[in-house]
Design a protein around this ligand. Sequence first.
Ligand SMILES: C[S@@+](CC[C@H](N)C(=O)[O-])C[C@H]1O[C@@H](n2cnc3c(N)ncnc32)[C@H](O)[C@@H]1O
Length: 239
Amino acid sequence: MNNYFITQKPFSIHNRKNSRLIDFANKGLRFLKTGLHIKQQDTSVDMNTVEQRINYYHLLSSVITFDIPGDVVELGCFTGQCAILFQKVIEQHTSNKQLHLFDSFHVPFTFKGDVEEELKQNFSRANLKQPIIHKGNFKDTLPSQLPDEIAFVHIDCGFGGDKMEHRDVLLHCFESIYPRMTKNAICVLMDYYDPQENAQGIDINPGVKLAFDIFFKDKPEQITALFGEMYNHAYFRKK
Ligand SMILES: C[S@@+](CC[C@H](N)C(=O)[O-])C[C@H]1O[C@@H](n2cnc3c(N)ncnc32)[C@H](O)[C@@H]1O
């Protein structure tokens, strides 16, 4: 079975079982035939939803299958919940694309352990090739360390902080990746939320859409909202 990232949560040393209380409550809800089910979400570990993982799988598979030139990049990798999925897809396709991960590994909340170390362990325990890690603030790393050609990029650098600060980080990301994205390359924007397009979920990082609207005002690319259940995301394809 080779689709663990869709049918199960991404591999993580922090994966833990539902609390007994929730399991008990779910049993009761089933017994009463309510049709309800409580899902336990830990936002310091559960970085994506099953719907989003399906979207990532098909979008990354498509750039590999259509031989779009360039490497795979993630801006904001944390412990690698999305990144291990990207590397898995690369390896399933026996592609020679490299996975480049950019992160400061400084998180604005208490985290038990070392984020970069956990990322590496998650790759090892999933039996995946280690990614190329670019540690540091995007301001310092992106100008000189991005690959010359990018086929697929995931931007996921929000933690629900100040929206203008986040907008400016996103603008810097767009300025850095856009010229390197090859024709038909794909960029997925975590947390892009448009109340007209996204049927549900919350606008957790409004800076993403603010930055997109500024940077792409005079560009031909169109944004497409994707269904991600409780988390939102969207993508554009480079013209
Ligand atoms: C929501 S987490 C990413 C989750 C990740 N994609 C996953 O699948 O687990 C956001 C990450 O962006 C990083 N980040 C945010 N702003 C940054 C910046 N300016 N430079 C470098 N890293 C940054 C944080 O360190 C954090 O690890």
